[in-house]
Design a protein around this ligand. Structure first.
Ligand code: HSE
Length: 402
């Protein structure tokens, strides 16, 4: 019998209990032995909940119970979650988590503790919600040198951008819907400012290189500057706007990592990823491209990924499931030195100045009286920024092209 403890009875935690208990036949068969949730740790009581009798408030009950072999940390944050994860691993209990913030910040240390104590630290649900992506990188793509990863890894922002595009909806209204559907972070700033995608990219690019990519060092822009006017131009140009997380090995062995909104052609496979769905494009030097697609957020998809990790732990008791991510820092390339193309939106009155500043082509969209668009040729980002900044309030926005 595999006895599991769930730390945190919020959206994902209640989903984990539901998946284990309501899919118990499949889960137990795949684990090779019967699986049950023995404890649920939360500050609150849930007297009306069918699993309310399993709720405890003292983590030591779990840490000191030799029957518990797997702990699901779905509390979020890096405070008690970090402490409890360390203690569980030190007690030889495997830990499975959806907590991308903790994985991005302390991944190498927690993996090392797991190795020392012959247990595992698994985090499939930390990137892409229910999409298998961590396990494919760790086990299916192990013959590859991974050259790049390009993905839509935040469901909330993809949901917001899709609704803005299709319904011309306002930002705040759509964000509220995403929160009600359980997609958004407790503090939705983490979603809309790109921090959540940045943490996920830190995890993916660390796994890509085997070295540590610090989330704090990743260039990050969110979607708060994207307007319905930008979508009007995107639509007229046969394009869309998506928040992309990009990690790429440069020729000199550095990692170019960035999160930002990009314009992409409607024929691009990532342009077809809508609503809460996520997709991650992985390019290997032998396989070429492969893409992983599915529900990137939400209670049951995320919980399903956590429980798949619990099953992996049950199948590998007494040993550590390998994951190559050491603490040495990866060398990052500067985004300002890369070459990109840009879409610039500017006031109609500034047309001559914009045309003088950049080489490229003017793009006009129907029904736009006050502004016009301009697609630049490829240029180094810091040169672009100098010219763009010099135009002051004559320019209204800029988006990179994928
Ligand atoms: N807030 C996250 C998202 C949840 O919207 O993608 C899943 O990590």
């Amino acid at each position: 019998m595999v006895k599991v403890a769930v730390l945190g009875y919020g959206t994902v935690g209640s989903g984990v209990v539901e998946v284990i208990e309501s899919n118990n036949e499949q889960v137990s068969r795949n684990a090779g032995e019967e699986m049950h949730v023995k404890y649920i740790l939360d500050l609150r009581d849930f007297p009306e909940d069918p699993y309310g009798d399993r709720v405890v408030h003292d983590v030591n009950l779990i840490l000191e119970d030799p029957e518990v072999s797997v702990v699901c940390e779905v509390m979020g944050g890096t405070g008690p979650a970090y402490q409890f994860t360390k203690q569980a691993l030190e007690a030889g209990k495997s830990v499975c988590t959806s907590n991308k913030e903790l994985v991005a910040k302390h991944g190498p240390e927690l993996l090392a503790i797991a190795r020392t104590h012959n247990c595992s630290y698994l985090f499939e649900a930390s990137v892409g919600g229910g999409i298998p992506i961590i396990r494919p990188i760790n086990s299916s793509l192990t013959a590859e040198k991974i050259l790049s990863i390009l993905g839509i890894v935040n469901g909330t922002t993809n949901y917001i951008l899709t609704k803005m595009e299709n319904e011309g909806a306002g930002f705040e209204e759509v964000l509220k819907q995403a929160q009600e559907l359980g997609y958004a972070e407790r503090n939705p700033e983490a979603d809309v400012e790109g921090h959540d995608a940045c943490r996920k990219l830190a995890i993916l690019s660390s796994l890509m290189t085997g070295k540590n990519v610090d989330a704090g060092a990743i260039y990050t822009e969110g979607i708060t500057g994207i307007t319905n006017a930008d979508f009007a131009y995107a639509k007229a140009a046969g394009m869309t706007i998506r928040l992309l997380a990009a990690g790429k090995l440069t020729e000199d062995g550095r990692v170019l990592a960035m999160v930002a909104p990009f314009l992409l052609d409607n024929t691009h496979p990532l342009a077809m990823v809508k609503d809460v769905f996520n997709a991650i494009f992985v390019t290997g030097n032998m396989l070429g491209d492969s893409m992983y697609y599915g529900r990137g957020a939400g209670k049951l998809p995320t919980a399903s990924a956590v429980v798949s990790d619990v099953i992996e732990c049950a199948r590998n008791q007494g040993r550590t499931i390998p994951c190559f991510w050491d603490g040495e820092s990866a060398k990052l390339a500067e985004v300002s030195e890369t070459e990109q193309r840009y879409f610039v939106r500017a006031r109609v009155s500034a047309r001559a100045e914009v045309e003088a500043a950049f080489s490229g082509r003017v793009f006009e969209a129907p029904d736009r009286a006050e502004d016009f668009g301009f697609f630049t040729d490829a240029m180094i980002e810091k040169d672009f920024n100098e010219k763009y900044d010099a135009l002051g309030d004559k320019v209204l926005g800029r988006i990179r092209l994928a």
